[in-house]
Design a protein around this ligand. Structure first.
Ligand SMILES: Cc1cc2nc3c(=O)[nH]c(=O)nc-3n(C[C@H](O)[C@H](O)[C@H](O)COP(=O)(O)OP(=O)(O)OC[C@H]3O[C@@H](n4cnc5c(N)ncnc54)[C@H](O)[C@@H]3O)c2cc1C
Length: 534
């Protein structure tokens, strides 16, 4: 039996091998470009002396700290470096003036009012996994991770604190015998994931994470707190389901429909690289039902990744079947029959309970607490980085496009500056995701059959040339693949280099999103380089 490899493991593959100084900043990746130091015009309580804003007593940072039930961390505090860090070290250069750990929704409202009154820029932060660093700011970071309680009511509706990380969510739900579909990375935050859609191993069965949302508590730019659902502020509720994190308010709690837990079967088949074109083309036929019935209970992914120091890239089809392994036999036989001329390198099929499966999919051990820790996220700590871009597939990539992608992965394999893995990840969509109309929620990509992600990692402390090589490869690969994929991109794989990003993320839903934004955030308090235009 081989080891099932998931997206996160692959994204991190090859990252453990090199050392060096931490915090190398990727060119074009600094969020300093995207977060202005000031927010909208100050409301009168901020004076400017010699160009430097001075705060009146009521609006001083100290007074603000005193009004919080939670904690305000400032640059002189000993835990400042840890407090300001995001998941990716590329954003370690950003030095917020304060990080407010909100203990409750009133703290979030207080922080929003402070930002309004002082004009200091703000960013909401949950799991801190924004690819572009949009959850930090050189002004105020409003961190919601202390609001991470999960409870399940008798009707199966889970109330989930707005700062809950996925592994805690899955663990707490499983403890109540319940489950839901989310993403794979254990430290990703429920807020960013849900607000941008949320794809994961149960997506074809239960829909996007945002499709399972039944309501939310939101703090608006005015500091007002709303409880929204289909019948209350329905436009805002619509925007929260796919309109992207950080755009229209700060969510302090989510309510999700959950399902009883069920066993999940994890499978993985590794193929020889020489068969890459055949395997990728056949996988596309398989997931679109051309080889036989493709049940909603089956999600799968193809990962084609370079191996630093290796002789050839690796190629894997893996996935999750919601049920025991007997149900997987038919679909797997269809795949194997279509690829009968190719001998797999290895294969594994293992069934697990829901929580164990979600842990393994997230790259965690089957049990234990290593996933619950966020200790690895610390500015200055030596940790790897990555660059990624994405596209949505509305139809299968034509054979010529598949060849282009395979050649790109080979180029990354040959690049002496590639010190960590790079490659492509194709995830199957469809099923329940496609049964929601593109206009029913803000998430427009309902007709997708799959997504493709181009990623390149670099080791902790990698020199600039390695970082640039990773960025250059992703940029070149996205450009080379463009003729073969749609012009849509997944808003949760947010890409600061994407030119036509608003259309790519939101398409026909952009006008309605813009109207919602204008209504609920008329002064454009919640803004960053790729926030909804107002
Ligand atoms: C290793 C890794 C694995 C991933 N795996 C998956 C996956 O399996 N499926 C998937 O769909 N995506 C995946 N993603 C992408 C992920 O969904 C996005 O990066 C998401 O935005 C992360 O959410 P976060 O809360 O962790 O990030 P953050 O950086 O905290 O926030 C992201 C955005 O949301 C805003 N925000 C944060 N909290 C709030 C709040 N309470 N209210 C309003 N806005 C808020 C921030 O300001 C920012 O703009 C992955 C990303 C990484 C780095």
């Amino acid at each position: 039996m081989g080891v099932v490899t998931d997206r996160r493991t692959v994204l991190r593959a090859g990252l453990a091998m090199l050392g060096g100084a931490a915090g190398t900043v990727a060119a074009g990746c600094s969020p300093g470009r995207s977060h202005g130091p000031t927010g909208p015009a100050a409301s009168g309580s901020t004076a400017t002396v010699g160009g430097t804003p001075t705060l009146g007593p009521a609006q001083s940072w100290d007074a603000f700290a005193g009004r919080l039930a939670g904690q305000l961390v400032r640059p002189t505090d000993s835990d400042y470096d840890r407090a300001r860090a995001l998941f990716d070290p590329a954003f370690d250069t950003v030095r917020p003036q304060g990080i407010a750990y909100a203990a409750n929704p009133a703290d979030v409202a207080e922080a929003v009012r402070f930002a309004q009154a002082t004009g200091v820029g703000l960013a909401a932060r949950c799991g801190g996994h924004s690819y572009a660093g949009y959850s930090t700011s050189d002004g105020l970071v409003i961190d919601v991770t202390r609001m991470n309680q999960v409870s399940v009511a008798g009707n199966g509706i889970a109330t989930v604190g707005g700062g809950t990380r996925l592994i805690k969510l899955y663990t707490d739900l499983a403890g109540a015998g319940r489950s839901m579909g989310g993403g794979s990375c254990p430290t990703v935050g429920i807020a960013g994931l849900t607000l941008g859609g949320g794809i994961g191993v149960l997506g074809r069965l239960y829909g996007l994470t945002c499709d399972q949302l039944t309501g939310a508590d939101v703090v608006l730019a005015s500091g007002e707190r709303l409880n929204v659902d289909e019948n209350h502020d329905a436009d805002l509720f619509w925007a929260l389901r796919g309109g992207g994190g950080g755009n229209v308010g700060i969510v302090t709690a989510f309510r999700f429909a959950t399902r009883p837990t069920r066993s999940l079967t994890l499978f993985s088949v590794r193929w020889p690289w020489s068969a890459a074109a055949d395997v990728i083309t056949t996988w596309q036929q398989w997931i679109t039902g051309k080889l036989g019935v493709m049940p909603d209970t089956l999600w799968s992914t193809v990962v084609a990744g370079s191996v630093p120091g290796g002789s050839a890239p690796t190629l894997r089809i893996s996935g999750v079947f919601a049920g025991d392994r007997a149900g997987l036999n038919g679909p797997l036989a269809d795949l194997r029959a279509a690829l009968r001329s190719v001998t797999p390198v290895s294969a594994s099929i293992v069934d697990h309970d829901y929580l164990t499966a979600m842990r393994l999919e997230g790259g965690c051990s089957a049990s234990g607490d290593i996933c619950g820790s966020t200790a690895g996220i610390s500015a200055g700590a030596r940790r790897p980085g990555q660059k990624a871009a994405s596209a949505i597939l509305l139809t299968p990539i034509a054979p010529a496009g598949v060849d282009v992608l395979a050649r790109q992965v080979e180029e990354r394999q040959r690049d002496p500056l590639a010190k960590a893995s790079g490659g492509i990840i194709l995830d199957s969509w469809g099923g329940a995701i496609s049964r929601v109309s593109p206009s029913d929620t803000a998430f427009v990509h309902r007709n997708a059959i799959a997504s493709v992600q181009y990623f390149a990692s670099y080791p902790a402390g990698a020199p600039a040339e390695n970082v640039q090589a990773a960025h250059g490869w992703v940029r070149d690969t996205a450009a080379a693949a463009a003729p073969y994929v749609s012009d849509q991109a997944y808003q949760n794989y947010i890409d600061p280099d994407l030119a036509n990003w608003a259309q790519a993320y939101y398409g026909a839903n952009l006008p309605r999103l813009t109207a919602v934004k204008r209504h609920y955030d008329p002064d454009n308090l919640f803004r960053f380089a790729q926030s909804i235009p107002s």
